[in-house]
Design a protein around this ligand. Structure first.
Ligand code: ACM
Length: 508
């Protein structure tokens, strides 16, 4: 083993000799805030091993001779919070600066076990962990994935499955694009028609759907148990046909447009001149903020082509002030940088290209000048809804044609906008827009393996990026995807091993 069998690649990895054997007498030891992570680890390892794996307080003397896995929280003396994982023949020690990094370290430990650990039923396998030393910490603190549940709706069960897949890759933010022209997907008590009427549509005329507040809370809590923060997006002032169709009074002429199930953009706008619009926003932002423990609220602001420049600037000034009054740090797509009246620290999300077009770099500079940072989501590299290849059935092609795995891997967030380096970048995010995606199998096919490339860009140091090494590691790692029953595209760029589970391979 010369490189780490861990995705994303760790900062430092050294292979020793020999193995630690996980057995039916292994005990997991942890104290304090390490204990919930220890319970998570035990739950992860029990189904495939069938071992009891009790979690004990760290000061409980272990039965002599019983192998232990010890999880502790304490200083790791690394440049930013991270974890240290040491595997010897008798002991596994995982130490992290905080619970989030302990959780990340558990994902590395999980990946050192045989791929069969991903099965949900007991497997007849020797559970050997190679002796290694890993010291590791993330390049960026915000490592996101976005799911568009507005164009097509995905229920809480599907979202939880996605959260588990994100956790494996040390992704720690799920951005939910909750509202768009084709559907409003979160219940708001004070404006019930948003869901009663606005949630009944989807692209292509499907059934739609929405999250009750209980559903949303279930997602948020499940995410927290996976060390993932949920960022809700209410996209305004454009991308609002579903809201405008549900409430005629939100339109300047008091007349509701027809529900929309196509895939055009840029034709809808809230009525900028009506006070009711701002009452509406205050209610929605208040209810969403109350349901969301995380620090961020995403206001969209993209593609507002039906809003005049003057109206856009007035709207953004008022809407961001209202949203900020509910205690959240705001995020906006990069167009929002047109405004010079953003609440201090507002985060921009860049979705132009690896080589910036139009005035996207000016928008980025505006966020930074106003005290904010950037989330980088260049559409031609990390939009997971782009086709893999011209002959694929799923996906769109507007971002300069297909996005191969190589395109998804070979870019650097700090090399896009001149003067914007790691210190200005909060992190990166891989969006999945769902105009062409309406089921979990297609979702995973578009996401995997490109999201693994995204995770490596978000976590691993620039110096660790190596395409040949990445594709080799990915091929070795793919039986883990098979064992986890994750659908993925066996792209031609990778020399995949035989599929261990028939039926999982792609059509390409
Ligand atoms: C976007 O793709 N309109 C953010």
């Amino acid at each position: 083993m010369t490189t780490a069998p861990v995705m994303p690649a760790p900062v430092h990895f050294s292979a020793g000799t020999g193995h630690y054997a996980l057995t039916d007498t292994t005990v997991i030891q942890a104290t304090g805030s390490a204990q919930p992570v220890a319970e998570y680890l035990a739950e992860l390892l029990r189904p495939a091993t069938g071992f009891p794996l009790p979690v004990a307080a760290a000061d409980t003397p272990a039965t002599p001779g019983s192998p232990t896995i010890e999880l502790t929280i304490g200083d790791t003396a690394q440049p930013t919070p991270g974890y240290l994982l040491s595997v010897t023949e008798t002991r596994i020690e995982l130490r992290a600066d905080d619970a989030a990094q302990l959780f990340a370290g558990v994902q590395s430990l999980r990946q050192l076990l045989p791929h069969a650990i991903e099965h949900h039923t007991v497997q007849d396998v020797d559970w050997l962990v190679p002796c290694v030393d890993i010291s590791d910490y993330p390049r960026f603190s915000y490592r996101g994935a976005m799911l568009d549940v507005a164009r097509h709706f995905f229920d809480a069960t599907t979202v939880k499955r996605y959260l588990d897949q994100m956790a494996l890759l040390k992704l720690n933010v799920l951005h939910l694009h909750l509202t768009d022209d084709q559907g409003w997907r979160i219940h708001i008590d004070s404006w019930p028609n948003l869901t009663a009427l606005g949630a009944t549509t989807a692209v292509g005329g499907g059934a739609g759907g929405f999250y009750t507040k209980a559903d949303y809370t279930e997602i948020v809590e499940y995410a927290a148990s996976r060390s993932i923060t949920v960022v809700p997006e209410i996209d305004v002032p454009g991308h609002t046909n579903a809201a405008l169709a549900a409430y005629p009074e939100l339109n300047c002429d008091d007349s509701a447009p027809a529900p929309y199930t196509g895939i055009e953009v840029g034709f809808s706008s809230l009525c900028i001149s009506k006070e009711l619009t701002y009452q509406f926003l205050d209610d929605v932002f208040r209810e969403i903020s109350e349901l969301t423990p995380g620090p961020y609220l995403h206001l969209g602001g993209d593609e507002s082509l039906a809003t005049s420049d003057e109206d856009y600037l007035e709207f953004i000034r008022r809407a961001t002030a209202i949203a900020a009054s509910h205690g959240k740090t705001l995020i906006g797509w990069h167009e929002m940088g047109r405004s010079r009246d953003l609440p201090a620290g507002t985060i921009g999300q860049y979705w132009s290209y690896v080589t910036p077009r139009d005035d996207a770099d000016t928008r980025v500079a505006s966020f930074i000048e106003q005290g904010g940072q950037m989330i980088m989501s260049p559409a031609d590299a990390i939009y997971l809804d782009m086709k893999y290849a011209g002959d694929e059935k799923l996906g769109l092609e507007w971002a300069d044609g297909p996005t191969t795995l190589n395109d998804a891997y070979n870019w650097d967030p700090a090399a896009i906008v001149s003067g914007v380096s790691d210190e200005h970048i909060l992190g990166i995010e891989a969006p999945l827009w769902t105009e062409t995606i309406d089921n979990v199998r297609d979702l995973e096919y578009m996401v995997f393996p490109r999201i693994i490339a995204a995770a490596e860009i978000a976590w691993s140091p620039r110096t660790a990026h190596d395409w040949a090494d990445f594709t080799r590691r990915l091929a070795d790692w793919s039986p883990r995807l098979d064992a986890a029953e994750i659908t993925y595209n066996r792209v031609k760029e990778v020399s995949w091993p035989e599929v261990s589970r028939p039926g999982m391979s792609s059509t390409s």
